[in-house]
Design a protein around this ligand. Structure first.
Ligand code: SAM
Length: 471
């Protein structure tokens, strides 16, 4: 019944295959010879299968775990260097017809104020985000065909791209909306979206149906097959995610890798990103009422194993996590983080962080300038780059760049150029000082001499007032 090439949810995310994989992982979690073999395969940096990765996840030997962390860090360095891409979520509407039991936007929540931004309000929010220095957004909406129809999403995307305020610009809009039709995905593609993001929440069908008791999201197959429809509609950068805390993490981990294998088998390209959200407290949601919360250590191990299993896939961590956890997961593979996020509708234009319409409590509440400085102090280059998608390097073309090792001649200089823009336009004096020194040092890590020369020239031009250069 298990068939990674099938287009039926229950065949490519096959429950029996997951159960058998978990049994196999339990039986082999102390099988030193097999574990050695899997680790050696992982060192080739071409990824692992869901079975292999599940054995490593089940293994609790501290020496093996240390080796996994070291290898994850090495793979991260090889494919992503020391760059961390920055983004912010923008909540457009919290109207929702679904009954998701873990989300405060659920339909039955009668006391949470419902709000949907007008185009003028979106403009104000985007200007506030541009004034912080953001160039990349992920728009977030509840599912509501009447209040949040696709036309509203499309109009909002156009509004966002059209705003030119001082030197600000949003150059990539990623979209996190409910599963929809091929036709609608085609319209999103035409609107120029970056990644289409849809969290699976849980791959466990029975739990999925209980956790989504009412509304269109109840349909497990329609939700699970959404990425196939998105790709059929022409979107080739899709982002997966499991909401850790809802189901057993080993089940989810295995299911998610099977999903990645399925996309690769059917469309020839795996997920562009994997997000790793954990369930958080929010309005009428208490995470303690869910039995499957995971410790920070397990969470870091999952991140490291995702990095090893799908080396070319970007990994995203949000401000759901604290500064301390974010530091740990960036070491073992996370390549993209949000900063200065407000998870409430209209939150960026409020003086004080509003909490009444927040989707979840934000752990990391620092400003973007503070986050950028902290990244640099920890040896990471904050990157505001959006070049790939603007140059048409999406899907398999981006993966090809990754696979032939050219990322260091492309993403690295782009990171330095966009960091320079941030330093010139938005940074505090202290951040600027640290950043200028970092850019000077990091030129040396552009391998191609000609590219290095060009990159220095572009940074100089940004210094002199010009903007928006890219490789
Ligand atoms: N409504 C869209 C959908 O149906 O997929 C997605 C937008 S929703 C604003 C983004 C994500 O937030 C959800 O997919 C879910 O995983 C996550 N989320 C919901 N409640 C959460 C909570 N209490 N803690 C952490 N994340 C949560």
């Amino acid at each position: 019944m298990y068939d990674p090439k099938s287009l039926k949810a229950e065949e490519f995310i096959c429950h029996e295959e997951i159960e058998e994989t978990l049994k196999y992982a339990d039986e082999n979690c102390n099988n030193k010879a097999l574990i050695r073999e899997i680790l050696d395969k992982a060192k080739l940096m071409k990824g692992l299968s869901h079975r292999e990765a599940s054995v490593l996840l089940a293994c609790e030997d501290p020496e093996v775990i240390e080796e996994i962390y070291a290898l994850a860090a090495e793979i991260k360095k090889k494919f992503y260097g020391n760059r961390i891409v920055m983004f912010a979520p923008l909540y457009l509407s919290n109207y929702c017809v679904n009954g998701c039991v873990y989300c405060p936007y659920h339909h039955q929540n009668g006391h949470i104020p419902r709000r949907k931004l007008t185009q003028a309000e979106i403009r104000d929010e985007v200007i506030a985000l541009q004034d912080m220095g953001h160039k990349r957004l992920a728009i977030e909406l509840g599912e509501d065909p009447v209040n949040n129809p696709l036309e509203y999403v499309l109009e909002s995307i156009k509004t966002i791209y059209d705003i030119k305020h001082k030197n600000g610009a949003i150059r990539r809009v990623n979209v996190n909306i409910a599963a929809t039709t091929v036709e609608n995905y085609r319209k999103l593609k035409e609107a120029g979206i970056g990644t289409y993001i849809l969290f699976q929440e849980t791959y466990h069908k029975e739990s999925y149906e209980k956790l989504h008791p009412t509304g269109p999201k109840h349909n497990y197959a329609y939700h699970t097959e959404a990425m196939d429809r998105a790709m059929e509609g022409g979107i080739d950068d899709v982002g997966l995610g499991v909401l850790y805390g809802l189901e057993l993490y080993r089940y989810e981990f295995c299911g998610q890798l099977m999903h990645a294998e399925h996309l690769e088998a059917v469309h020839g390209v795996g997920p562009h990103t994997i997000s790793v959200p954990r369930l958080k407290k929010a309005d009428d949601i208490d995470p303690d009422q869910f039995d499957n919360g995971i410790s920070d250590d397990t969470f870091v191990k999952i991140c490291a194993l995702i990095r090893i299993s799908v080396p070319y896939t970007g990994m995203i961590i949000s401000t759901r996590e604290s500064q301390a956890v974010r530091e740990k997961v960036m070491k073992v593979g996370v390549s993209q983080i949000s900063g200065a996020s407000r998870t409430s509708v209209g939150g960026y234009t409020e003086e004080v962080r509003p909490t009444d319409t927040e989707q979840f409590d934000v752990s990391d509440q620092r400003t973007l300038d503070e986050v950028v400085r902290w990244l640099m102090e920890n040896g990471h280059i904050p990157s505001f780059c959006t070049a790939c998608y603007r140059e048409g390097r999406t899907g398999d073309r981006f993966m090809a760049l990754c696979k032939n090792g050219q990322i260091q001649n492309c993403c690295h200089p782009n990171a330095l150029i966009t960091l320079k823009e941030f330093l010139m336009d938005y940074a505090s004096d202290e951040t600027r000082k640290i950043g200028e020194a970092m850019i000077e040092r990091e030129f040396a890590n552009i391998p191609n001499e000609k590219t290095r020369g060009l990159a220095k020239g572009y940074v100089e031009k940004v210094h002199n007032g010009e903007r928006d250069f890219r490789f």
